[in-house]
Design a protein around this ligand. Structure first.
Ligand code: SAH
Length: 466
């Protein structure tokens, strides 16, 4: 550590900016965001700077004199002329101010870090001028991991600090706040529901020794490519105490989770339910009752053929706080990876998602007449084993034998495979292509647009070049 980081209250301090151009404006914005009303002095102040600062700074459009600096705590020197910058740095220092000279670290008493500003919560990153681009990238990484409402969470916590202090001794306080941040109240604040959060807080503050429940997040993991996770899903994975995941969740995604989170596989091997649904729900509830931050991670979107709805109801009925984070569903993920717009306006007015799953060896229970009549895009999930029945029923109900189809296996993953053909041949295509799943069937004119080879080839090419 070359310089000592500290946070200064500028509201009651005199802050001076010497300069009238873009660099001066940038520094003025910075200190104004922290509540300062800076004094900006220079013989010529840009029109843009003047109009932007008219209301929240004091402007003196004249050559600065030493007396202007009297009592200043901080002075920013933002002038082009190197000799003038040095002179003003020296004068400022001689009146007792700390000095920052733009782009001249050797003349600086203090430097300004890269700032992540979330209200009360502020994060400052600095490499002491050594690697500004690295700092910018780190800042972006940190930004992505911070919940948008984390400033509100800091405020919320600040309001209850003394009340909690009055009720609990120092040793218990730590546990209380740990449970708080893991639990439903913090999740409510982060979701923007402060009213419910205050109600819940008042309740636990009046019985601070009772064990707090944890919280459950039902989270969509997308089709497999970790970059298709939402920022929120990533953050929840990094906060989780325990993750219950399915077969469709890729290893790359799991590897992004907090390292010491417990991982429970509750997926279904084909034809064998590894863990019955009711048991999954009971496990989720029991873990939350232990105070755990539980993530139920599901492939794609939890509410598209994912039984997320049932889990939501069960957890809610148990009185546990539960939140849902959507994911990119297989249909939209595969469509993007195959360069095939599901509702391309030249070919389809609507898209329908159905499941081809059938109990035992029977036929999927679908309204064939309605599906055949739609003549739009039909996306079939879990339809590989019943593809022959699906195609013959659709044809029997009037859909053309030569309707284009695309079978997309492992869509949006490195192992993606796309096979194209016509509806009448769908099961032969699946057999010939050795499709094992997970795979989607896309039926309709847009299927002819699927162009996986090109897109994947392009991605491989880009990786090679990078
Ligand atoms: N909730 C998931 C779907 C679960 S059902 C979602 O929204 O995507 C499981 C079916 O989804 C699989 O049988 C397959 O049809 C489809 N699927 C999931 N991921 C897929 C992928 N990467 N490529 C192709 N199909 C996929």
């Amino acid at each position: 550590m070359n310089r000592f980081p500290t946070f200064i209250d500028l509201k009651a301090r005199k802050t001076v900016i010497i300069g009238g151009g873009a660099a001066a404006l940038a520094k003025a914005r910075l200190v104004i965001a922290a509540g300062a009303e800076p004094l900006v002095i220079w013989a010529e102040i840009d029109a843009a700077t003047r109009s932007e600062l008219a209301d929240n700074a004091e402007l003196i459009e004249a050559a600065p004199v030493r007396a202007d600096l009297a009592g200043a705590a901080l002075v920013f020197v933002a002038v082009d002329d190197a000799a003038a910058a040095e002179r003003w740095a020296e004068i400022s220092r001689s009146v007792g101010a700390l000095v920052n000279v733009v782009d001249r670290p050797e003349l600086c008493d203090f430097t300004t870090p890269s700032i992540i500003d979330r209200g009360r919560l502020t994060i400052a990153v600095s490499s002491d001028g050594a690697a500004p681009v690295l700092v910018k990238r780190l800042r972006a990484d940190i930004e992505a991991l911070l919940p948008a409402n984390v400033g509100a969470l800091a405020d919320f916590t600040g309001r209850y600090r003394s009340a909690v202090k009055a009720k609990l001794n120092a040793a218990d306080r730590r546990g209380f706040w740990e449970a708080f941040f893991n639990g439903p109240i913090a999740a409510l604040v982060l979701n923007g529901d402060e009213r419910a959060a205050h109600e819940a807080m008042l309740e636990i503050i009046n019985r601070p020794h009772t064990k707090q429940d944890g919280v459950v997040h039902i989270v969509g993991a997308g089709p497999g490519d970790p970059e298709l996770l939402t920022i929120k899903a990533l953050r929840l994975l990094q906060n989780a105490d325990v993750i219950l995941y399915d077969r469709l969740v890729s290893d790359e995604i799991l590897s992004l989770a907090r390292r010491d989170a417990d991982r429970l596989y509750v997926g279904k091997a084909k034809a064998a339910h590894a863990v019955p649904q009711a048991e999954i729900e009971q496990t989720i509830i029991a873990l939350a009752r232990e105070g755990k931050n539980v993530v139920r991670l599901k492939g794609g979107d939890p509410f598209i053929f994912g039984r997320g709805g049932e889990e939501l109801e069960a957890v809610r009925a148990a009185g546990i706080a539960v939140f849902v984070t959507p994911g990119i569903t297989a249909a939209t993920g595969c469509a993007a990876a195959a360069g095939m717009a599901l509702t391309h306006r030249d070919h389809a007015q609507a898209v329908t998602f159905v499941t081809g799953h059938a109990k035992d060896d029977t036929e999927p229970d679908l309204d064939w007449a309605a599906l055949a009549a739609l003549k739009n895009t039909l996306v079939v999930y879990m339809g590989v084993t019943t593809a022959d029945k699906i195609s013959s029923q659709l044809i029997a109900h009037g859909r053309g034998r030569t309707t284009p189809v695309a079978i997309i296996e492992n869509g949006a993953r490195a192992s993606q495979k796309i096979i194209k053909g016509v509806l009448a041949d769908i099961s032969a295509l699946i057999k010939a292509g050795g499709i094992q799943g997970p795979a989607l069937l896309v039926i309709g004119e847009v299927a002819a647009l699927a162009d996986g080879e090109t897109l994947l080839g392009l991605a491989a090419e880009q990786r090679r070049v990078a």
